[in-house]
Design a protein around this ligand. Structure first.
Ligand code: HEC
Length: 159
């Protein structure tokens, strides 16, 4: 009787550990999202998974490397590449959100470089979408966004 009890306690502990392990693995791969979000994310992921950076400033190439390494740990790079985000504010918010996911391993200095890459890239490759969003923004938000873009462009364009 005593032995049976300890066996079942051990079995229970084993099951709990297994559950905790699978739980952690699943969270790292993909948090559960609602159907509409999943459809949007799937559509982004069907697009190109690389960016032609041959005409981008030399100094930005390390940032792209970092982006390609850090942002492919949980999903394809095509997800951010084809997403609707273009505004500095959107990228700042999203890079932080990704940094804070468990196990992301993205330091704040990596995050800053990735943010700068995404802001620069959006001002070139997604210019039409960016202009559309700027046109709809309030005068104040537009000015803030333009200043943030200029800051990044000035930092990299000269090099
Ligand atoms: C630790 C895992 C993890 C890492 C690392 C990660 N992501 Fe994500 N990403 C997710 C998950 C989970 C989602 C879906 C849920 C969400 O949006 O929070 C997601 C969603 C996204 C989306 C889609 C948002 C939307 O709803 O349209 C973008 C864009 C994105 N990630 C960009 C990035 C970028 C850029 C990086 C690198 C800085 C990155 N991700 C790194 C896990 C990660």
């Amino acid at each position: 009787m005593k032995m049976n009890l300890s066996v079942s306690v051990r079995a229970l502990l084993f099951a709990a550990t297994a559950l905790a392990l699978t739980g952690a693995g699943a969270a790292r791969a993909e948090d559960p999202v609602d159907a509409a979000t999943k459809a949007r994310l799937d559509a982004f992921e069907k697009g190109p998974a690389t960016i032609d950076i041959s005409k981008y400033p030399e100094a930005l190439k390390d940032n792209y490397e970092l982006f390609s390494q850090k942002c492919t740990q949980c999903h394809k790079l095509s997800r951010p590449i084809n997403s609707d985000y273009v505004l500095p504010d959107e990228w700042s918010r999203y890079v932080k959100r990704m940094m804070h996911k468990p196990g992301s391993g993205i330091s704040s200095s990596d995050g800053k470089k990735i943010y700068e890459f995404l802001v620069y890239d959006s001002s070139v490759r997604k210019k039409t979408k960016l202009d559309e969003k700027l046109a709809k923004a309030s005068a104040e938000d537009k000015a803030t966004a333009e200043a943030a873009i200029k800051k990044v462009r000035d930092q990299y364009d000269a090099k």
